[in-house]
Ligand binder design. Structure first.
Ligand code: HEM
Ligand code: HEM
Length: 181
């Protein structure tokens, strides 16, 4: 292995903490959503429903904090020897993920409020409704919520595939700079 990319700087500890916290929560939310939507939860159905809503609602401020941090702390530059098309693909994928993971919990929250169903916060209290009762809108948003969920799964799979490609095929520091900085 050469050290041609050793000079590529890493992500800050805050950027890494935010990336992995949001990544774990979003990757948990996808199967959780599928389980509740198909009523596969059995006796845990209500618990899983509330967990999905609680984690989802938490993701709204978390993703906003992440975006504000990102806007004020630009990402470290990509290695110079990366093909411009690959650099473009990386940026497009990252910004698509940001838009999708911000839109998805907002759509989920509006859809639940409009149903109308409660949005419990980890069994402590209910969050306020953010939309007046509108069952038809809620049902349309459920379809939107499904499609955005599929889009997140597809783009995240490409993203994780790219990270593994960098690490195991290109053997550069792209994965490591998000792990150890
Ligand atoms: C990043 C955050 C979120 C992700 C990735 C996510 C993902 C998903 C997915 C994949 C489904 C299954 C869709 C289907 O099969 O029809 C789902 C269902 C659902 N989600 Fe979310 N969700 C998020 C946030 C939220 C939030 C914040 C709420 C409400 C406060 C919420 C409420 C629901 C409800 C009620 C369902 C069941 C819908 C149905 O039965 O048709 N989600 N979610
Ligand atoms: C096992 C799962 C994952 C791995 C291995 C991984 C790996 C990485 C790596 C290595 C980077 C840095 C790319 C660079 O240096 O240009 C990165 C950035 C990023 N990741 Fe992930 N990621 C994972 C999951 C996710 C998930 C689930 C999401 C979204 C929900 C996500 C969203 C992002 C975003 C938005 C960036 C861009 C950061 C920036 O603003 O520069 N990642 N990821």
């Amino acid at each position: 292995m050469t050290d041609m990319t050793a000079a590529v700087p890493g992500y800050t500890p805050v950027a890494r903490l935010l990336h992995w916290t949001v990544a774990v929560l979003v990757l948990l939310m996808l199967p959780l959503g599928i389980v509740i939507a198909n009523e596969w939860g059995g006796p845990a159905q209500t618990f899983l429903y509330n967990l999905h809503k609680s984690i989802g609602a938490t993701l709204i401020p978390l993703v906003i904090i992440r975006l504000l941090y990102r806007i004020t702390h630009p990402a470290p530059p990509l290695p110079d020897d990366l093909h411009p098309l690959q650099a473009f693909a990386a940026h497009a994928t990252h910004w698509a993920l940001y838009v999708l993971i911000l839109a998805q919990p907002i759509v989920g929250y509006i859809m639940t409020s409009a149903y109308p169903a409660p949005v419990p916060f980890f069994g402590l209290f209910n969050l306020p409704a953010i939309w007046p009762e509108n069952r038809a809108l809620s049902e349309q948003l459920a379809v939107v919520h499904l499609y955005i969920g599929i889009a997140i799964a597809v783009v995240a799979a490409m993203h994780i595939g790219a990270a593994l490609f960098h690490h195991f095929v290109r053997k550069d520091r792209i994965l490591m700079r998000m792990i150890s900085g």
